[in-house]
Design a protein around this ligand. Sequence first.
Ligand code: SF4
Length: 483
Amino acid sequence: MYLTEFQSWIELAEGNFSVKRRIGTRRGGSQRWSQSQDIAQPWLREIVERWVAYRVNTEAADAQHIGQQESHVVEFARWAEARDVTNPEGVTRSLLLDWLAEVNSQTNKHGKKFSGGYRSAKISAVSMMIQYARVEITQRIPSNALYLAGEFPARDIPSPRFLEPRLIDTLRLPRSLDLVVDPAHRTAILIMMQVGVRAGHTCSLPFDCLIDLNRTGSLDKWALNFIDTKSKMNITVPIEPHVATAIKAQQQRALVESAKMGLAVPELLFANSRARSTRQLAPERLNIVLRQWAADLDLRDSAGQLEKITPHRFRHTFATEMLEKGVPIEVVQKLLGHRSLSSTQIYATTTDKRMRAEWENAKFVNVRGEAIEMAEGPAADAEWLLNRMSHAMQPLPNGACGLPIQQSCPHANACLDNCPHFITSVEFLGVHRAQSLEFERTISKAEAAGHFRLVEINKRPNENLKKIINALEDDPGEASDAS
Ligand code: SF4
């Protein structure tokens, strides 16, 4: 009976295409689950195969992820065999610690140590498999054969890979996008660039991924809807009207392609027309297109090197932009389809560091145009937090209110009228100039009409504005930011 059950697990893992499709396998490659065949010892092969089958059938992760985990546990099994581990009793804690040391010492083909995340993934896969085997297959594995929580390799904090504003702004220009010849590729790039959808998910978007949010009939409001096969979450991301327009055009193309093949409504938004089948567009293809696009645009970094544009950099850029604009981290988490807030936190941490670096280098002036000295030590931390809170809670069109968040404004609309809490910087210089011109016009009209009280009311804030403008025009960042 045990053997029958075991065979059925393997059958399900190796041969059942519908299971693979259901968890998001892109291709039905027959060798997908065959790596374990190289494990010589039947008891060890059984453990590996049953664990992989269990992962597939419980839809624990997407197929690509399970495939990676399988290669990790097969590597461990072969290593254990080479150390003459001939039975489950030989899987000891000491063996696991030796495997940990082995993984920590491994290097890639360039002689570089693997990342913490990769090493942690290897150890986690083995740890999960051993736990599963002890519970479901054999109790002959010693009960203390496990890894303790602190023993997993620490994950590196990824460095920010977002695209600088000048780069993303260039990419978003319609004339830049027009350089991408294939309209399907163009639409896929637009989706990845505007809402940070992963390449794999973009390629597997369902045909009916568009949701019309126009309930009143007078708005052009849309959202993209799909299942994130990594987190298994249903994702709904608001999109701009021009992205929705591009998706609608792609739906029409997919319908035409589908009709040519004698099929009904297509399942996918991006069918692979070259394959003359319903197979989806390959994410690898998008990477090639992006490389070519960066070359066509001659997009270079500050060192003059050709920029590498990847779908993941679009995702980082999207997350960073959202966080910088003050979108709550829980909302960004949902938009990105992160099951855990800690994944989104990585973006928030790098965003905070970058914004603080910019803030420390910026020049701030008060309502009298006097430079505000940068504090040091803990006071600098407090000032930074206050600055973030002010921007989040009491944003002003021309600066920020430095009033502690717990207090409310005692004099509405009087920021420029000598309020000691008013703070501004060069990013608002354009607003100040426009506002000053407006004051000048009002004062002239009031003088002509003999409304001297009105002249007085407008003069003081305008004088403050002029001082602010003079002070900020001395700022080195003025030339690029003031327009
Ligand atoms: S008047 Fe002063 S306290 Fe009120 S919002 Fe403006 S800066 Fe803040």
